[in-house]
Design a protein. Structure first.
Lengths: 402, 334
């Protein structure tokens, strides 16, 4: 074919368009957005208000580190009142307002995560972490975009039961709130206990708040349980149960899961009601914030918090709930960075693939060592014990990975 | 058999506290013909007032140390020799908490009485002479107002309060089964029974009680006989609010202070319907029955059933006797 000036220009234009196309598709947004619903009012307002400043802190730290491949990140938080429908409305509003810049979302409950799950398809899907450790969510086949920032409740029961077995325990009681949260690991726990040769001598369901403590304590006393695992409570019932049992002189060793392991609650109970939480144990996925020596990431948070939250309770201590949120955000940022730095668009599918690919990741101290995302969760934790004298939870086991 | 006795005792103890809550609903109904749907939330306020005066106020920086914990030298010496959580230790703990318990109860009773008075003066009295239905609807609206106000004043966290009596453990052996009882629960039962008995006696034998019964029969006739009906209304509301304060404090010591205390009112409303809205005796029997059934369901079937089984029994009773076990049958003449 004869090359004329006209065909040369046409060919050149076509080549430029072809070469330029991927550049246009991969156009960097001016910023990435991560949205969040938090219970700033309602029954878990205390937790929500402690968690909210974590977003300010995370935004500053991540942007100081150069954002995501040079693009800054912005967090948008809204109040849900701990009502899943409100959180869903917040999510839909964030999708409509932020569009493709919204790359991930943080939910405030298992209820919301289950409610939003069917919506997470096509352009409505986003990578999604939350406060929930519900076992049902840790399933990439059904919930590819949702992840847990630690072990599921079933994993936490596995860790506690293994710990009981290692300590020579022979029987256990399961005391749980009659909620989805409370019942989550019970059937699995019974199977696991049987495998380990531990007898479950009591399965006691209680109200999530305002439970009839004397009745539950008498049932526990009659069961003769050496250990009792408490599940499905946040600020109430579990301390009253332990208080009642101690006043009765029961020698039962009480254990809790993540939401019953906050130092601020244990300290407050000790101040209001006496030292009966002494010796209380439970499973925690993360180091406590005061255990910073081998946690460079915590040291960074502490430095920033001292400056940003001077004069507030967050200046010196970050609650377990705040740490969980920080960890969930770090996981989202890790998936985002891996995706963008790998030259891929931060689409939900690419982010989900990056999430599944997190292997031997050094979190900077959240966990005991490098961790991997298996089945969209990090099945790691260890057992801690509370001392009323020091007001600290200290480890009583090595890190377990289940 | 031993376990049956254990759970029967647990149920009867819970039942007496239900009876103390129910007495407020019956008192208001007897005097005013208003079913107070918000009674549970008035109790919740009583519990939070008790928390305020027994925990928050004594813990304030300006409060004297003895109010938070009264520990004279002899008590410190006695405590030093005792093992942790011993029965004597429980008595000494209660003694050192006594100043704040007294302040808490006094504060709760006074503040709840004022709350009852406020509700009656501002919401109920303007509607005297209007349809009772409007007054009942006001109590429904009051639920949201009280629930929201509570959120403005206190947090939603579950809190601890001191027991109103020494919580010493009591252990017995019956039919080769260990029976466990809490000392504070026995005192709670005694307080509830005393208050219940005093109110019934007051309504039956005092001048004020006769006025309440006369007003309940017919307001216009009571007016014409020189009875101050508005004062009777006030008394009934104050009586309900003050017994509610004690009931709230007792519930708070058993179950902790939390917004869920407001929901007890609905459970107790079912008990009141079972016993008969205007019958103290009927309500007392119904309260003990529901407490017993709850404990049996908890023992045999677990927590989920404990919330259902007793209320199925309530429904059955109401289906058979719509005016309750001992309620006065309303005859409407057209």
């Amino acid at each position: 074919m004869k090359q004329t000036r006209r065909t040369f220009i046409a060919t050149g234009a076509a080549a430029t368009a072809a070469l330029g196309m991927p550049t246009i598709l991969r156009a960097q947004p001016s910023e990435y957005v991560i949205g969040a619903s938090l219970p700033l009012t309602g029954p878990f307002a205390t937790a929500g208000q402690l968690v909210a400043p974590a977003f300010t802190l995370a935004e500053k730290l991540i942007n100081d580190e150069g954002g995501i491949g040079g693009t800054p990140i912005r967090f948008v938080t809204e109040d849900s009142g701990y009502i899943p429908q409100n959180a869903l409305a917040n999510y839909q509003r964030a999708l409509a307002t932020e569009g493709d810049a919204l790359v991930a979302y943080f939910g405030d409950s298992t209820g919301f995560m289950k409610l939003v799950a069917p919506e997470l398809t096509g352009d409505q899907a986003r990578l999604m972490g939350s406060t929930s450790f519900a076992s049902e969510l840790a399933n990439p086949a059904t919930n590819p975009y949702q992840y847990l920032a630690g072990p599921s409740y079933q994993d936490q029961f596995d860790i506690l039961l293994q710990n009981i077995k290692d300590a020579g325990g022979s029987n256990v009681a399961f005391i749980f709130s009659n909620t989805e949260f409370g019942r989550d690991p019970i059937e699995h726990g019974k199977m696991r206990a049987e495998e380990l040769g531990i007898e479950v001598v009591l399965e006691e369901s209680t109200k999530p708040q305002g439970a009839d403590i004397p009745t539950h304590v008498t049932k526990l006393a009659q069961s003769g349980a050496e250990y009792a695992i408490l599940q499905g409570y946040v600020t109430g019932v579990w301390p009253q149960l332990i208080g009642g049992a101690r006043q009765f002189g029961l020698p039962t060793q009480f254990m809790g899961t993540f939401w019953g392991m906050e130092k601020l609650i244990a300290d407050r109970v000790t101040a209001e009601a006496g030292p009966f939480l002494d010796g209380y144990q439970g499973v925690m996925p993360y180091r406590y914030f005061y255990d910073r020596e081998d946690a460079p990431r915590y040291q960074l948070f502490a430095e920033a918090a001292k400056e940003m939250f001077a004069g507030t309770p967050l200046e010196n201590y970050m609650s377990t709930w705040t740490l969980q949120t920080m960890c969930a955000l770090e996981i989202a940022i890790k998936a985002l960075r891996d995706t963008v730095e790998g030259g891929n668009e931060p689409t939900p599918d690419n982010l989900a693939a990056a999430l599944s690919g997190i292997t031997d990741w050094d979190t900077g101290g959240f966990f005991g060592g490098p961790v991997s995302m298996v089945d969209n969760k990090i099945g790691t934790g260890r057992v801690y014990q509370y001392s009323t004298e020091t007001g600290l939870f200290t480890p009583t086991s090595d890190w377990f990975t289940v | 058999m031993g376990e049956f006795i254990q759970f029967t005792l647990n149920g009867l103890m819970a039942g007496t506290i239900y009876a103390l809550i129910a007495v407020g609903i019956v008192s208001v109904f007897k005097a005013t013909k208003v079913v107070n749907f918000a009674h549970g939330y008035i109790i919740m306020f009583g519990a939070y007032f008790y928390f305020t005066f027994s925990v928050i106020v004594p813990g304030a920086p300006w409060a004297p140390d003895w109010l938070q914990s009264w520990e004279p030298a002899w008590m410190v010496a006695m405590k030093a020799d005792l093992p942790m959580f011993s029965p004597m230790g429980a008595v000494l703990d209660w003694l050192s908490n006594l100043p704040r318990i007294v302040l808490g109860l006094a504060g709760a009773v006074i503040c709840n009485a004022l709350l009852g008075l406020l509700i009656e003066r501002t919401l109920m009295r303007p509607l005297i002479g209007q349809s009772t239905f409007a007054m009942i609807m006001i109590t429904v609206g009051l639920i949201s107002v009280l629930s929201g106000t509570k959120g403005l004043i206190w947090t939603a966290d579950a809190e601890f309060v001191p027991h109103i009596a020494p919580n010493t453990p009591i252990r017995l052996n019956l039919f080769d089964t260990p029976i466990f009882l809490f000392g504070a629960d026995l005192v709670n039962v005694a307080v509830a029974l005393l208050l219940f008995g005093a109110i019934v006696a007051m309504v039956r034998y005092t001048k004020g009680g006769v006025a309440i019964r006369a007003t309940a029969e017919d307001q216009s006739t009571a007016y014409s006989m020189g009875i101050s009906v508005p004062r009777v209304f006030s008394r009934a509301w104050v009586l309900a609010a003050t017994t509610g304060a004690i009931a709230g404090a007792i519930l708070a010591t058993r179950n902790g202070v939390s917004p869920s205390l407001g929901l007890f009112g609905f459970s107790v409303l079912a008990i009141v319907l079972m016993g008969g809205l205007d019958s103290y005796v009927g309500v007392f029997i119904a309260a003990l029955t529901v407490g017993f059934l709850e404990a049996m369901a908890q023992w045999q079937f677990g927590g989920e059933f404990a919330e259902v089984v007793p209320y199925v029994a309530v429904l059955i009773v109401i289906l058979i006797r719509p005016h309750g076990l001992f309620g006065q049958k309303e005859v409407e003449r057209i």
